[in-house]
Design a protein around this ligand. Sequence first.
Ligand code: S3P
Length: 446
Amino acid sequence: MTSSSDHPLPMTFNGAPPLSGSVTVPGDKSISHRSLMLSALSVGESRVEGLLEGEDVLATAAAMRAMGAQINRDSDGIWHIKGVGVGGLLQPQTALDMGNSGTSTRLLMGLIASHAITATFTGDASLSKRPMGRVTEPLSRMGASFTSSPGDRLPLTMRGACPAVPLDYRLPVASAQVKSAILLAGLNTPGVTRVIEPIPTRDHSERMLRGFGAELEVEVEADGTRIITLRGEAELRPQTIAVPGDPSSAAFPIVAALLVPGSKVTVGNVGLNATRAGLIDLLREMGGNIVIDNPREVGGEPVGDIVVTASDLKGVEPDPARAPSMIDEYPVAFIAAAFAEGRSIFRGLEELRVKESDRITTMAEGLRAIGVTVEELEDGIIIEGTGGALLPGGGPIATKLDHRIAMSFAVAGLISKSGVTIDDMRPVATSFPGFTTLLQKLGAMP
Ligand code: S3P
């Protein structure tokens, strides 16, 4: 499964026998991006084990190389990164091709914002539709300047400022990418950069910045607002990092095992950071039998083995406040809702409209195409569950260059009467190389 081919790769997923076995999923995408970026800003050599070797992360690696870092993978799969030091990034000689990766784009804009570098960002058709104003606005206040395509989109050229001006910024949208872009810009900015986060989002940047030796503090107010302060002109020390399995990838075998009757599956070594664990909470509320075995800490992140037993699920109306902790898991949660008993009402999900595709419309269209009754809302979706009756099936599902849509409907195929056809599985390579092999290993497909 690679997007190096120019042709779509359609695939059909059919009703499956009970899934069983123990698997692991590739490394966490968010942590992988950050480990490359912070290693590239340290003086000396960092080692990263378990790095996600998906296209999104490889786009970050290529960009960091283009700006002076030496990045190599050894034959044991360990990545070695020799950094240039904070403030030491070099002018890239060509445009930075970000492929499908919003995280690479927004975080790298932050890094470049406080360097005297001019860089052009390009991306695929999906990324070129996504809004960049949420990062260009605060980074402009720090001194960077931008020339973007209409609607603050890619292709975009930016010029960083050195020295940049420290920023005190209250996030208008709950976004870890925006928070991280500002913190990364703050690394090479004199003085203190402060981000106020009214709704908590994934905190991998904060954890890892501290781990690399940055002076970063987090204060939590009585109402849950987080105030993150970072002292600039930091010196980062090289680290050895073990990247845990990605909970957003684990979501697919977890939901598949809950839905396919008679299944019992263990997904080992999955990151369980509370800012990412919303799907597990939701599935348990729906009646899912999910047990965390062997909880432990790896490289400053909580990790565990997730044991899933097929369960009868009930419809839910989840609290929108949970959205950031499962923002990438809604598509597969909608599949669980389609197989649950009764109606599920998901609201407060406007952010899903600006992901790799408009995930509310793409999911609503896809669910209808396989015989599920849904109503699309401005900020969410209402799904009528079948109560454990097989979904009719059909397709081809238009995945619109969105890896998580492709994998969600693959899971739907496993509980369908006539199979679900996905129009193009190539985007899966952005985040989950080996997805279909993993399903085969669990006995879900031949
Ligand atoms: C990410 C943050 C989230 C998430 C994305 C990865 C990150 O995006 O959807 O897949 O690594 O910071 P937002 O910041 O847009 O919510």
